[in-house]
Design a protein around this ligand. Structure first.
Ligand code: TXA
Ligand code: MG
Length: 319
């Protein structure tokens, strides 16, 4: 399986593979034609740069021009794992990968199959999430197949992603380091080691988006997603149940009423790890069952809750 994937990558093809966050769609980072295929397969806007995946630190030297000492200590703590670093790039990294930026995003994933693939291939692999642009990320083999059948040259079958939402993206080109996308590694985790500016503070992401991908449509299933605070949960459900619509309800911990028009529901019982892991599969199930409106109870904006909230709000955005 790995051998075939490596052959495809060597020939300039694209391969979807599991990581512990979400499935990725990968190509040889130094092969411009292969990288081009990723943008085409996903229908991805050209101004949204890709994350480059590595299996050992020697590969980082081929990508990053400068790695600050305190970023190295974060690497020792969090790699392999769900943390992506943004560094000044080396000129060899094609500008298509970085969407013309002078920086490159790098992650060493922890999923054993991802690591084996990169190691066997021997070069860094550029890989966005394995979904059609704008849609929820695939977190298991079946979802990756549904998204990318006929578009990827191969889809590596592995276990479902243990984490279920994308990595934290940390900009290490300025001080203090800044979170560009919240993820499984939280602000609180990072601040134990270095000063870090929280995601969305001051400039927010209006106008010049700090992470280019942040301004695009994201994570949206084929039904309306309505995030609701715990305080408004019952009231909002009651209000929506007056209309003749098929509802889905994802609760963080509040009770979900029995009602024939709530055709799909999940209660995450106050467990944010479980909510992260089951969020995108729940989006996809809701869409498959023909839900019109998916009401989602918001977790608290701390720890992993911040990342979940970010995905919910983006999924809910009108455009
Ligand atoms: O967990 C993950 O990060 C997954 C797995 C496959 O590793 N990948 C992923 O890739 O979520 P994607 O393409 O869906 O999201 C990449 C994010 C985007 O928000 C993009 O703007 C940001 O990383 N990014 C990439 N390169 C960047 C750069 N040089 N500067 C700032 N942001 C960058
Ligand atoms: Mg994505």
């Amino acid at each position: 399986m790995i051998e075939k994937a490596v052959r495809i990558l060597r020939k300039g093809g694209i391969v979807a593979f599991p990581t512990e966050t979400v499935y990725g769609l990968g190509a040889n980072v130094f092969d411009r034609g292969a990288v081009e295929k990723i943008f085409k397969a996903k229908g991805r806007p050209g101004d949204n740069p890709l994350i480059v995946h590595i299996s050992d630190l020697s590969q980082l030297k081929r990508l990053a021009a400068q790695v600050p000492k305190d970023a190295e200590s974060l690497m020792r703590r969090f790699w392999p794992g769900p943390l992506t670093f943004v560094f000044k790039k080396r000129p060899e990294v094609p500008s298509r990968v970085t969407a013309g930026l002078s920086t490159v995003a790098v992650r060493m994933p922890g999923h054993p199959l991802a690591r084996r693939l990169i190691r066997a291939f021997g070069h860094p692999i550029a890989a966005p999430s394995a979904n059609v642009s704008g849609r929820p990320s695939a977190t298991n083999y079946q979802a990756a197949r549904r998204e990318l059948a006929g578009k990827a040259d191969m889809i590596l079958r592995g276990s479902a992603s243990r984490i279920g939402i994308e990595s934290t993206v940390l900009d290490c080109t300025r001080r203090p380091f800044r979170i560009l996308r919240p993820g499984f590694v939280t602000l609180e985790d990072l601040r134990k080691y270095v000063p870090v500016r929280a995601f969305g503070t001051r400039s927010g992401f209006k106008g010049a988006a700090p992470s280019p991908g942040m301004k695009h449509r994201h994570y949206r299933p084929n039904c309306r997603v309505v995030p609701v605070s715990s305080g408004r949960w019952s009231g909002k459900l009651r209000e929506l149940l007056k209309d003749n619509m098929k509802l889905g309800a994802l609760s963080f911990r509040s009770k979900i009423p029995d009602h024939s028009r709530i055709i799909f529901s999940r209660n995450f019982r106050g467990n944010s790890g479980r909510m992260a892991r089951e969020l995108y599969p729940s989006f996809l199930t809701a869409e498959k069952r023909g839900v019109d409106v998916l009401v989602v109870e918001e977790p608290q904006k701390k720890g992993l809750g911040a990342a979940i909230l970010d995905r919910l709000r983006r999924a809910a955005r009108a455009e």
